[in-house]
Design a protein around this ligand. Structure first.
Ligand code: GLN
Length: 473
């Protein structure tokens, strides 16, 4: 490394890192090494990583991958004991695309078990702490990636979002995170939770990095039949005004019970700023999406999870608890291998799918899902982007909701409806409440990522939020 370059991993953006590499001011191995050094310094406190990768393979900006993404030769556990010791023999397509772009892997990040949770406290390997205040949660399920990016332990990373697991931790950690349009990013090799909802997406320190990473992972993959090609190339945003952008403020999502006053206030200021930047701002309404989104999700997601998790049986993957006979072995392995939250969802989902109940629960939830999609489509006849808080609260204390699943589920009240409708959503930090980040959620119609990036970028510039946690500056 040339003497005059010191790498401040807390401040360096991926774009700046790429620029330093292109100008040969440092090597990819040196950049990777700088992140590993930061991990050695700060991760014992924060526990963002389940494991790190010592070798820098590639000549690009390094990346952190949520441990739900299969990586060849690197243990991949989905935060569960039932996959302890499982070393995939192949890369997920998103991992392969990152590698093809030259990106060395820094490590695999912590997650709620099978991405089920909103605080990363459901990880079988212990919780991750929020870099802004280590007595608080980083959100979940992708708390590991979000906290790593916020604490300067990765310039960017990938998460997975079923009902909010990219957007909500990005909100609680002060990052930019995108849940892409359903079908634009391959899930091949991604450990499945609820297949009609799961999406992989980028987490970064700013909107341009987020867009850049999205452009690397998105697009049709012959190995995932649910994927499509993007309709237009990803544009890195550069406009600082919002002239011509029509922004809708769904009343129910901005006035919902449980939104903390400090969160409502920061979001209200961001909306005013959008109007000052030239956006056309108006009010709209999504009454049924907000009333039914969460209950509908907690039928569909567990139902699909119960099916996806049936494969962990002590035969195909991971550890086995020996017993007399096959069925007893499977029963004991699953009892020992799964934590409480996956068990809760397997039971709920199996019930909802069982003969005689299917139509009343899963079938009915699918119909409600159509209602939610139509309600959003109607709003997009008048608006390009819908805005709300991402999370009703800032980061909460570790343990505050761990024993109350329903309180935990409410963390995703505002992120879930658009996920049910297959729509993209971007979290952009919009200020602090009591010293903790508040996230603004931008929702668009399918394939509107470029509009979300443009809107997010203009707001990011105007808001000038400092993404480095105050205690680490
Ligand atoms: N918190 C939600 C859940 O537990 C969403 C999780 C996710 O998006 N993976 O299901």
């Amino acid at each position: 490394m040339s003497a005059e370059i010191t790498i401040d991993t807390l401040r360096l953006t991926a774009e700046e890192g790429a620029d330093l590499l292109a100008r040969k001011q440092l090597s990819a191995a040196e950049l990777h090494g700088a992140y590993l050094a930061a991990v050695a310094e700060r991760d014992p406190e924060l526990h963002c990583y389940l494991r790190t990768v010592a070798e820098a393979e590639g000549d690009g900006v390094p990346i952190a991958l949520k441990d739900i993404i299969s990586t060849r030769g690197i243990e991949t556990t989905a935060g569960s004991r039932i996959l302890e010791g499982y070393v995939p023999v192949f890369d997920a397509t998103v991992a392969a695309r990152c590698k093809a772009a030259g990106m060395p892997i820094i490590g695999k990040t912590n997650t709620d078990e099978f991405a089920m949770g909103s605080s990363t406290e459901n990880s079988a390997y212990g919780p991750t702490k929020n870099p802004w205040d280590p007595t608080r949660v980083p959100g979940g399920s992708g708390g590991g990636t979000a906290a790593a990016v916020s604490a300067g332990l990765a310039p960017w990373g990938l998460g997975s979002d079923t009902g909010g697991s990219i957007k909500q931790p990005s909100s609680l950690c002060g990052n930019v995170g995108l849940r892409p349009t359903y079908g634009t990013v391959s899930r091949y090799g991604v450990i499945a939770f609820a297949s009609s909802l799961d999406q992989i997406g980028p987490v970064a320190r700013n909107v341009r990095d987020c867009a850049l990473l999205y452009s690397i992972i998105a697009g049709r993959d012959a190995r995932d039949s649910t994927t499509v090609e993007l309709r237009e190339p990803v544009r890195l945003p550069e406009d600082e005004d919002l002239t011509g952008v029509r922004i809708g403020v769904p009343k129910e999502m901005n006035e919902a019970e449980g939104i903390e006053p400090g969160v409502a206030e920061a979001v209200r200021r961001a909306i005013e700023l959008a109007a000052e930047l030239g956006a056309d701002v108006g009010e709209c309404s999504l009454p049924r999406s907000i009333a039914y989104g969460l209950p509908c999700y907690y039928l569909i997601a567990p139902a699909e999870a119960s099916s996806n998790l049936a494969r962990y049986d002590g035969v195909r993957y991971g550890p086995r608890v020996e017993a007399d006979g096959f069925y007893e072995m499977v029963e004991r392995t699953r009892d020992a291998g799964f934590g409480d939250e996956p068990k809760r969802r397997i039971m709920l989902g199996t019930y909802a799918l069982s003969a005689g109940y299917f139509d009343a629960y899963y079938g009915q939830a699918q119909k409600v899902r159509t209602v939610i999609a139509r309600e959003h489509a109607a709003a997009f006849e008048r608006y390009d982007v819908l805005v709300s808080p991402t999370s009703p609260t800032v980061a909460f204390e570790l343990g505050a909701k761990a024993t109350d699943p329903l309180a935990m589920y409410l963390s995703d009240l505002l992120t879930i409806p658009s996920c049910m409708a297959g729509l993209p959503g971007l979290n952009v930090p919009c200020g602090l409440s009591a010293g903790l980040p508040v996230g603004l959620q931008l929702i668009g119609p399918q394939f509107s990522e470029n509009t979300l990036f443009r809107t997010g970028y203009a707001l990011e510039r105007a808001l000038a939020f400092d993404p480095v946690p105050a205690r680490l500056r």
